[in-house]
Design a protein around this ligand. Sequence first.
Ligand code: URA
Length: 212
Amino acid sequence: MRIQVVDHPLVAHKLTVLRDETTDSPTFRSLADELVTLLAYEATRDVRVEDSDIVTPVAPTTGVKLASPRPLVVPILRAGLGMLDGMMRLLPTAEVGFLGMVRNEATLEASTYAERLPDDLSGRQCYVLDPMLATGGTLAAAIRFLVDRGANDITAVCLLAAPEGCTRLEKELEDLQVPVTVVTAAMDEKLNDKGYIVPGLGDAGDRLYGVA
Ligand code: URA
């Protein structure tokens, strides 16, 4: 597993405002959207392209276009939905699949309650959107779900990550022969006893959707 913490002053600035407890929901939503686009730029560095012959107004030339099959973007419901527009801004022709995962707040274990994904993901580059890589349980379950459908090239885009989650993810995915990359704006200090990232930004879903 490869973890890439995106080091850029605009990423750090937007993340700082997101973390601030006085930031309201509309501002949080629009900053999360901008931040995801910046992360998406890094996350798609290895997106597959193929040569494409075109003619400019001046001369014929060869460039590249996104290769087939199209990439698949998978927001994990609910909070991953708040990252979808930011990702699709850079990959407008990607297909979108949905995965609903819920974390049991007592056991901190994740389970799937909804899915709308293609049956066969072989050969697809998959981009999973999950704002908080906290315990790693949700992301590990989501990645396993995609691998079971044949995915073998997975990048997770997370606003924030915790070291405990990264360690668990690495361990849980050890047996899968699938390269997984995590792209995040920051690696925070730790988890608290409720499984929240410290210092973190609180409950990403609640802040995105204005739940008090
Ligand atoms: N989910 C969140 O929304 N925030 C955390 O800190 C951890 C999990």
